[in-house]
Design a protein around this ligand. Structure first.
Ligand code: HAX
Length: 433
């Protein structure tokens, strides 16, 4: 058994026993009440899901195992000479609750390199699609094409014991995470790189190698990818992509099926696709105004026109957060250090000054502040990656870390089939009377 799997088993065994004892004592205790508007309103805020890897506070933002993003930037191991945290370290933390050592992270980098490969069947399936097919559609189809390699599904078909579910989920999670940069880079190069693929570099880490295979070898871009793939990894369990992975997985669908389900959810414009929508909207503004240096009044007009057309301002608002997203701030801090002269980044900062006030004036937007997607596109554009239809795939590669670590926990704790209760309008009215 590898060192991470062994540590996860030790931690999960202890926590599993604790959960059993806790439930025996406290299973009937109340932790929430549900009101009618929550049933009609997308179940906002209802506490009804266990998620070990991270938790979101409306004011403070995301904490991974209790650590904020600034703290992770400080504590997680770095790539040689770099300043940004490595996502390998975050994955270790989410699985075990422990900040890994440099050696442990180096081991994980090597382990994912050992497991990486892009099956020929995946290449064949992708090549059957038009290169114009949306990259998220290609991504989901690519993931599905790898599903026959699921060890969890194969062992289940043979008659696996419940006590082994976690073990094969872990193996599938590790293999899938190792493969995703290859799949994602293959899609990018076939759709935006004239089909000229770039071989993996065995000397690079997970993020650096992904950047390299995309065709962006600038050291700063690789640093940004390490930060990007860390901060997009997890946002507690209730967000649409994570919740979808959890729901699909609760039927004992294997990690490939579950993750593909979550990626369909990430591909929606109110969720992960917002990162492409933001830059598309900014490009639209630049085209309309005719300058890379718009005035405050020009930007405000463009925002008002978008709202009057009955559309949302992409990259702003959140179902849980009530402050600027720390993932936005982390990218702003990065941009201030590495690319403060970038015209497109400056527009993102101007929007940060102008959009919240306008959204507040509407009187109905609960959170007028930017979310993670408001910043990422401008940084990618600065480095030359302007093909914005691709952006959500990068988000998806990162999101795999959180949702698959969480699925290992769901299997280790033996969480059951998810099945909340739904009600018809008539029955709700009857209950209220
Ligand atoms: N622009 C204009 N109107 C907005 C808005 C925005 N950015 N954010 C919210 N509103 C509107 C809602 O559409 C809603 O209007 P109606 O009552 O007329 O339907 C009203 O304000 C109340 O909404 P809310 O309670 O503040 O927000 P929700 O929890 O319902 O929705 C969303 C949260 C993120 C979906 C929403 O803020 C939005 O559509 N934002 C723009 C899209 C976006 O950036 N999505 C990415 C979110 C982060 C993420 O998941 N990243 O992957």
């Amino acid at each position: 058994m590898d060192i991470l799997k062994q540590r996860f088993q030790e931690v999960a065994t202890t926590v599993g026993q604790e959960v059993k004892d806790f439930l025996k004592l406290n299973g009937d205790r109340k932790i929430d009440e549900v009101v009618v508007s929550q049933v009609f309103g997308g179940m906002r805020g209802i506490k009804s899901m266990l998620w070990e890897t991270s938790q979101l506070d409306p004011e403070e933002g995301i904490r991974f195992r209790g650590y904020s993003i600034p703290k992770l930037r400080e504590l997680l191991p770095k790539w040689k000479g770099g300043k940004e945290p490595m996502p390998e370290g975050l994955f270790w933390l989410m699985l075990t609750g422990e900040i890994p050592t440099q050696e442990q992270v180096e081991w994980l980098t090597a382990e994912w390199r050992r497991r990486e490969n892009l099956p020929q069947q995946t290449i064949n399936v992708l090549e059957a699609l038009s290169p114009e097919t949306h990259p998220m559609t290609q991504f989901v189809i690519g993931i599905m094409s790898m599903q026959p390699d699921s060890l969890f599904a194969a062992k289940y078909a043979e008659g696996m014991s419940k006590s082994d579910y976690w073990s094969y989920t872990y193996e599938d999670a590790m293999n899938l995470i190792a493969r995703l940069p290859l799949l994602a880079a293959y899609i990018y190069r076939r759709s935006f790189g004239q089909g000229k693929h770039i071989a993996a570099d065995p000397n690079l880490d997970w993020s650096g190698n992904y950047a390299h295979m995309l065709g962006y070898d600038q050291p700063d871009f690789k640093s940004y990818m390490r930060l990007y793939l860390t901060i997009h990894a997890d946002h507690e369990g209730g967000n649409a992509s994570a919740h979808t992975v959890h729901l699909v997985g609760s039927t004992l669908s294997d990690p490939y099926l579950s993750f593909a389900g979550g990626m369909n959810s990430l591909a929606g414009p109110l969720h992960g696709l917002a990162n492409q929508e933001v830059i598309k909207w900014i490009f639209g503004m630049i085209d309309e105004i005719g300058t890379m240096d718009p005035t405050e009044a020009q930007i405000a007009d463009y925002i008002h026109n978008t709202l009057e057309a009955g559309q949302v301002i992409p990259g702003y608002g959140h179902a849980v957060l009530r402050q600027p997203d720390p993932r936005f701030i982390a990218q702003k801090v990065f941009a201030e250090e590495y690319l403060h002269e970038s015209a497109i980044v400056k527009i993102v900062w101007q929007l940060f000054d102008i959009v919240p006030g306008i959204l507040q004036e509407l009187g109905k937007v609960k959170n007028p502040w930017p979310n993670v997607d408001a910043h990422s596109g401008a940084i990618l554009v600065h480095y030359g990656l302007k093909d914005y239809n691709y952006y959500t795939v990068m988000f998806g590669v990162s999101r795999a870390l959180g949702v698959l670590a969480a699925q290992c926990w769901s299997r280790a704790l033996g969480l059951p089939l998810e099945r909340p209760k739904s009600l018809s309008f008539a029955s709700i009215k009857k209950m209220i009377q």
